[in-house]
Design a protein around this ligand. Structure first.
Ligand SMILES: NC(=O)c1ccc[n+]([C@@H]2O[C@H](COP(=O)([O-])OP(=O)(O)OC[C@H]3O[C@@H](n4cnc5c(N)ncnc54)[C@H](O)[C@@H]3O)[C@@H](O)[C@H]2O)c1
Ligand SMILES: [Zn+2]
Ligand SMILES: [Zn+2]
Length: 361
């Protein structure tokens, strides 16, 4: 029997999102039905609405969520109704070539639910990042559910399901920030601010936040940034170099997803340092760099998928740090909103008024 819930649907490129009735099947083998309690509004949802990720409309948006397992399908072990879980969009397969060589965070065959959620007329929905959690219930692969302490508030826990994990992991995992490092983060939305927090947690002594919006810089300062650079007022590359003894930062994290900010990251990095691209570009974007500079500046140019996280390893560790008062994840929740507030939340995101709006059910 299918469950009828109201979901947030993107029907076509650039069209405002709408609410529609969504039919969610009972879980089949290997699947879990989850009652969503909270789901953050991530820039990637807006990318979907704008056609920047694919053309598989209609999309069921929402992918940064926490909730309670309602039912599990045949063959599911280690997960039971009543478990409090964060949903993840990279359920590691354990069998692909990345997993077999011991690098499961790169898993090339992550899985999602097999059955489809649909509109009332049977139209198949594409769930954002294989989740689709702007709805009171969603169907996922059981491996997309990571159990964490139920003491964490859902609107806080859910953020680890995407943006906050992506940012923390860009610093901690991909960038391998270490004690005493200098780090610059370009773009301090939810993802970039989490990268600032991650760099600070890892022991970086200089953490430079760069944005074009002073509000974002203030939030970054509250999460551990030691210096703030508004790149509308002066060249960010020069300012980052000036703050790092003329050299550039050891690790520069790009959390916007644009060629011009990537170029800034590339040149604001010290020789042999690391650039981490966590911002997601759109298909038409191109990057041009002198190849001699790519060679001559050395070091590593890395992309960060989901902060190179392993949900089962990282979500419980990070929620425990939060409960111990050492990871102020609640600072990312600017507001909680009802499910019909997503379109307005996109506008607030674009105006820079929020770090995260979180839909609660
Ligand atoms: N790699 C991943 O796994 C992953 C996961 C989640 C989100 N993302 C991506 O990360 C990016 C950021 O997401 P978000 O939710 O934080 O978005 P957001 O809109 O909240 O933040 C973007 C920030 O960039 C700033 N910005 C815009 N143009 C800038 C410029 N030229 N220079 C400096 N700052 C600038 C904005 O003021 C804003 O603060 C998006 O591209 C999103 O799709 C990637
Ligand atoms: Zn794999
Ligand atoms: Zn996201």
């Amino acid at each position: 029997m299918a469950h009828e819930v109201t979901g947030v649907i993107a029907r076509g490129k650039g069209a405002p999102v709408e609410l529609a009735t969504v039919l969610v099947p009972d879980p089949g083998p290997g699947e879990a039905l989850v009652q969503v309690q909270a789901c953050g509004v991530c820039h990637t949802d807006l990318h979907y609405r704008e056609g920047g990720i694919g053309a598989d409309f209609p999309y069921l948006l929402g992918h940064e969520a926490a909730g309670v397992v309602e039912a599990v399908g045949d063959g599911v072990t280690g997960l039971a109704p009543g478990d409090f879980v964060i949903l993840n969009w990279r359920a590691v397969c354990g069998q692909c070539r990345a997993c077999r060589r011991g690098e499961p965070w790169y898993c090339f065959a992550t899985h999602n639910a097999t059955q489809k959620m649909t509109l009332a007329d049977g139209t198949v929905l594409s769930p954002a990042l294989g989740i689709g959690a702007f709805a009171a219930k969603t169907l996922v692969a059981a491996g997309q559910c990571t159990k964490v302490s139920p003491l964490v508030r859902p609107e806080v826990a859910g953020l680890l399901g995407c943006g906050v994990m992506a940012g923390l992991g860009a610093a901690l995992n991909t960038g391998q920030v270490g004690r005493g490092d200098s780090v610059a983060v370009i773009g301090c939305g939810g993802v970039g601010c989490a990268a600032v927090l991650g760099a600070s947690l890892a022991g970086a002594t200089t953490v430079i936040a760069v944005d074009i919006d002073d509000r974002k810089l203030e939030w970054a300062a509250g999460l551990g940034a030691t210096h703030m650079v508004n790149s509308l007022r002066g060249d960010p590359v020069e300012q980052i170099r000036a703050l790092t003894g003329g050299n550039g930062a050891d690790v520069v994290i790009e959390a916007v997803g644009r060629p011009e900010t990537y170029r800034q990251a590339f040149y604001a990095r010290d020789l042999a340092g690391t650039v981490v691209l966590v911002g997601v570009p759109t298909p038409e974007m191109k990057l041009e760099l002198p190849l001699l500079d790519v060679f001559g500046r050395g070091g590593a140019l890395k992309s960060s998928w989901y902060g190179d996280c392993l949900p089962d390893r990282d979500f419980p560790m990070l929620t425990d740090l939060h409960l111990a008062g050492r990871l102020p994840l609640e600072k990312f929740v600017t507001e909680t909103i009802p499910v019909d507030g997503v379109e307005e939340a996109f506008a607030k995101m674009q105006r820079g008024e929020v770090l995260r709006s979180v839909v609660t059910f």
